[in-house]
Each structure stands twice: as C-alpha cells, then as structure tokens.
Design a protein around this ligand. Structure first.
Ligand SMILES: NC(=O)C1=CN([C@@H]2O[C@H](COP(=O)(O)OP(=O)(O)OC[C@H]3O[C@@H](n4cnc5c(N)ncnc54)[C@H](OP(=O)(O)O)[C@@H]3O)[C@@H](O)[C@H]2O)C=CC1
Ligand SMILES: CCCCCCCCCCCCCCCC(=O)OCC(=O)COP(=O)(O)O
Length: 325
C-alpha cells in the first residue's frame, strides 16, 4: 500500500535512485572537475599573458583608462601610459610606484603625451614607443569623448572632432603599431567601444556613430589579422561612473560639464577595469559589460528593429519635452 503523498514522491525517489545507482553522479562530478580545471588553467594562462607584457593604454589620465592602468600595472605589465595631460600621467605613475601591494614584479610605467586628433603626433608617439620598447604586446584604445546634442543643431566640425578622437585616432595608432606586431606574429589590439557601438540612442549621433565605426573597423581587423595570430578584443560597456558626461562636447563644441544621473549611477570604473583585464587575459573577441536592459536592447535592435525604433522615437519625444526643445 502506498499513501497519496508517497505516491506523489515516487517519481522523485526513482529519479534519485537512478542518479545514484548509475554513472550519472560520477559523470557530473567529473564534468565539474574538468570545467574547474579548465577555468584554473585559463586564469593561470591569463596571468602569465599579462606579466611583463608591454601594454599601451590611451586615455590613462582619468576614468576607465586610469583604473585599467592600475590593474594592468598590478598584473606585472610594462605600461606605456598615454594622454594629453602629462602632469596627470606623472601623478598616476607616482601613485602606482608608491604602492607595494602586489605579488608580482612590477615595472615603472613610461608616459607619452599626445593628442589623438593630431595624426602626426599619433605616428610620432608610436615611433617613440617602439624605439623605447622595441615592440608592443597589447594596445588598449581606451581614450574617448562623448557628445550631447540634436543632429540639426550640431556643426559638422563637432561630428568630425568626435570621430577624430574616438575613431580616426585609435585607427591611426593601431595602424602605426601593427607592422611591428605582424613582424613578430604577436600582438593584441583592444578597443573600448560602448553599448552605443551596438545600438544608437537619440541625441548621441556623433558618439554612437564613432562607436559603431569602431566596432566595424576592429571586427574587420580581427578577421584580417587572424593569419598573423594577432588578437582583437572589442569591449562594449554600459554606463560607467567617470567624467565622460562632464567632458562631453555639445552641438557647438562647448563642454557639456554635467555629471548625468545615468553616468553617476553607472558601474564603478574599478570593477569595469577588472573585467577588461579578464577579457584581455582570456583573449575574448567581443565583450558586452552591461546590465540586462541594454543587453536586451541589442537583441531587440536585431530581432525586432521596428519596435526598437519606436522605443527610441518615444525616448526622443520624452527628452525633447523635458528639455522644452
Ligand atoms: N563612462 C561611460 O559611461 C562609458 C565610457 N565608455 C568609453 O570608455 C572610454 C574611457 O572613457 P571614460 O574613462 O569614461 O571617460 P573620461 O572622460 O574619464 O576619460 C577619457 C580619457 O580620454 C582621453 N582623451 C580624450 N580626448 C583625447 C584626445 N583628443 N587625445 C588623447 N586623449 C584623449 C582623456 O585624456 P585627457 O583629456 O587627459 O587628454 C581621458 O583620459 C571612452 O572610450 C568611452 O567612450 C564606454 C561606455 C560607457
Ligand atoms: C525585450 C525587451 C527589451 C527592452 C529594451 C528596451 C530598450 C531600452 C533602451 C536601453 C538603452 C540603453 C542605452 C545604454 C547606453 C549606454 O550604456 O551607453 C554607454 C555610454 O557610452 C555612455 O555614454 P553617454 O555619453 O551617452 O553617457
């Protein structure tokens, strides 16, 4: 005789019997073990990959670039820190070399100051880096500016400035360093793009365009460089709590100067820098570092573009109304 509740539990009990009496349990533990071992191996390889590697980071004076400098430094990389503000870079180097909380051997970073919008300066900077180190293992194209404005109010000069900083500058630096990487058949190019390199939101035309161009260029590069074993990683973060919105330029080229709520509520740049380090160590090809909603929005743009465009139009209407324009 089997009571009602015991009858209900019968299939569960049989399933448990089956699992324990067959090879399923050892197989499950075996798989977990293999997976754990694989992750451990990946971690060890990532660490070795970054130790003593010559790593060039642009936009190292603030925000995500500064935090990337800290995590790559702690991982034992030989850093070349780039930016326009030499004083800020020197200060960062002092800060880095003063801390002794690392387990691996660290190296005093080298600094190069140049403006990414000046093609001659970019080529000269690449030559200086190669003369000093002989080669570059990893280039992190991080520097960038954002923008706020309506397309109709924005001068083409502003469109060009954003494109020069976010697209042509990184492209020029990458092209200047690639020949030496190709010769060694070794190297890794990283592009810090944005969720806005995958989807476009209203009042960000110049910025979203520059990030879409970045995604496209580095995707092409990945395919073309495979024959030389050169890795390409495109990283697309969501909002990060940095000065990006404060430093953004507006329709007439003036500084926006406002810390937007979305930026202030963004992820900590320290956390994002750790994610960047992990992605580079694992030689990931394309990484999205964002919450669920922006990630879903990317799928929506692909699978239901009409719906996505309606949502963006409504977003534009709301923003226009709130700003009375
Ligand atoms: N913050 C965010 O919400 C997000 C940021 N990103 C991306 O992350 C990257 C870093 O931005 P973030 O740290 O947030 O912003 P910050 O404004 O804090 O940092 C921008 C960096 O870029 C450098 N830079 C700007 N213009 C130039 C130029 N013409 N030549 C050389 N360097 C320049 C700045 O250096 P200096 O002015 O000292 O020369 C600064 O170090 C950017 O590519 C951005 O698009 C992506 C997604 C979200
Ligand atoms: C299946 C349901 C899907 C629902 C999707 C709804 C659509 C939601 C839209 C979400 C838009 C997210 C925009 C994220 C933008 C972003 O993260 O940008 C990062 C930056 O680069 C920030 O630069 P900014 O200068 O704009 O601050």
């Amino acid at each position: 005789f089997v009571s009602g509740s015991s009858r209900k539990n019968l299939p569960k009990a049989r399933a448990m019997d089956f699992i324990t009496s067959t090879a399923i349990l050892p197989l499950l533990f075996g798989c977990l073990g293999v997976f754990g071992l694989f992750r451990l191996l990946q971690w060890v390889r990532g660490k070795a990959y970054l130790r003593n590697a010559v790593v060039v980071i642009t936009g190292a004076t603030s925000g995500l670039g500064k935090e990337c400098a800290k995590v790559f430094y702690a991982a034992g990389a030989k850093l070349v820190l780039c930016g326009r503000n030499g004083g800020a870079l020197e200060e960062l180097i002092r800060e880095l070399t003063a801390s002794h909380a690392t387990k691996v051997q660290t190296h005093k970073p080298y600094l190069v100051t140049f403006d990414l919008t000046d093609p001659g300066a970019v080529v000269a900077a690449a030559a200086e880096i190669l003369q000093c180190f002989g080669y570059v293992d990893i280039l992190v194209n991080n520097a960038g500016i954002s923008y706020r404005g309506t397309i109709m109010d924005t001068t083409v000069d502003v469109d060009k400035r954003v494109m020069e900083t976010n697209y042509f500058g990184p492209v020029a630096l990458t092209k200047a360093l690639l020949p030496s990487m190709i010769k060694r058949r070794q190297g890794h190019i990283v592009a810090i793009s944005s969720i806005q390199g995958k989807i476009s939101i209203p009042f960000r035309s110049a910025y979203a365009a520059s990030k879409h161009a970045t995604q496209a260029f580095f995707d092409c590069l990945r395919a073309e460089m495979e024959q030389y074993e050169i890795e390409v990683t495109v990283i697309s973060p969501g909002y990060i709590h940095t000065n990006l919105s404060v430093n953004a330029i507006t329709a007439d080229g003036s500084r926006y100067g406002v810390m937007d709520t979305t930026t202030a509520q963004g992820r900590s740049p320290v956390e994002v820098a750790h994610d960047v380090l992990a992605a580079v160590g694992k030689k990931k090809k394309d990484v999205i570092l964002a919450d669920l909603l922006p990630s879903l929005a990317i799928y929506l743009r692909t699978l239901a573009p009409g719906l996505f465009f309606s949502l963006m139009a409504s977003r534009a209407r709301k923003e226009r109304k709130s700003k009375n324009c």
